[in-house]
Design a protein around this ligand. Structure first.
Ligand code: NAD
Length: 265
């Protein structure tokens, strides 16, 4: 333990299992001395999250459906009751109907799933920020997870790419609003990692292989890579950084000419 996060309390939203990006971030924060609370979606995931939380000495494990305002209110009421204040928040939540994460964005996207995707993957971070900021009288750090599909067209990412673009824009607006109160708002743009959510994206294995062959570091990033960079954004090490989209993608986003084909996959 470096003690970098000693005395800091953070709410981690979005652990589904031990492969979740949120879990990689939680471990990095715990190792640096942070005290953690967790939210989970639904009883089935709760059974997985409880033991993970216990393994990092957390007994704050709260059910939260981010698309439900009452559930959000109850979550932050619990945090207020247990801790009184909050130093950081991690939002690692996204959802879209997987039937619309393949093929043509133009042809596949329905109004109902567009709204649902935007509500869960974009607005929920704003809704969390509204409530978290009230618990941060001395400032804090808010972090969400995004993907390169916000900036450039990635196969099959479709409505999720449109949502991530909106999420990145919302990070900038919230950075401006909350900056005077010492609250920083950033996003971490992770390269592809095999998780539950990622398994819903068409041809995900191919996308991972392509990233490995074409990124400057010639590999995919890990949960631990993301955890370490998140630690920077959540801690005082990034005290001068807000409104940023920080890429943790083995450098993939800087490459203009992708050279290799991905054979045999
Ligand atoms: P994951 O499946 O482990 O996590 C997604 C989480 O979203 C789950 O915990 C799920 O319960 C939660 N969620 C969905 N709808 C919810 C709702 N209504 N209420 C509460 N929670 C809800 O997958 P992950 O890959 O760790 O995803 C975390 C974040 O990282 C997402 O925003 C995702 O878009 C982003 N991301 C993932 C990758 C990748 O390749 N895996 C790359 C870049 C960004």
């Amino acid at each position: 333990a470096t003690g970098l996060m000693s005395g800091k309390r953070g709410l981690i939203m979005g652990v589904a299992n031990d492969k979740s990006i949120a879990w990689g971030i939680a471990k990095a924060c715990h190792d640096a001395g942070a005290e953690l609370g967790f939210t989970y979606q639904g009883d089935a995931l709760g059974k997985r999250v409880q033991p993970l939380a216990a393994s990092v000495n957390s007994d704050i494990v709260i059910p939260c459906d981010v698309s439900d305002e009452a559930s959000m209110d109850a979550t932050f009421a619990t945090v207020a009751e247990r801790w009184g204040k909050l130093d950081f928040l991690v939002h690692a939540i996204g959802f879209s109907d997987k039937n619309e994460l393949r093929g043509s964005y133009t042809d596949m996207t329905t109004a109902a799933n567009f709204q649902q995707t935007m509500l869960i993957s974009v607005y929920s971070f704003t809704a969390a920020a509204q409530r978290a900021a009230k618990l941060m009288p001395e400032g804090g750090s808010l972090l969400t997870l995004t993907y390169y599909g916000a900036e450039k067209v990635m196969p099959h990412y479709n409505v999720m790419g449109v949502a991530k673009a909106a999420l990145e824009a919302s990070v900038k607006y919230m950075a401006m609003d909350l900056g005077p109160r010492g609250i920083r708002v950033n996003s971490l743009s992770a390269g592809p990692i095999k998780t539950l959510a990622a398994s819903g994206i068409g041809d995900f294995r191919y996308i991972m292989k392509w990233n490995e062959l074409n990124s400057p570091l010639r590999r995919n990033v890990t949960q631990a890579d993301v955890g370490k960079s998140a630690l920077y954004l959540l801690s005082d090490l990034s005290s001068g950084v807000t409104g940023e989209t920080h890429h943790v993608d083995a450098g993939y986003h800087v490459v203009g000419m992708k050279a290799e084909d991905a054979p045999d996959i």
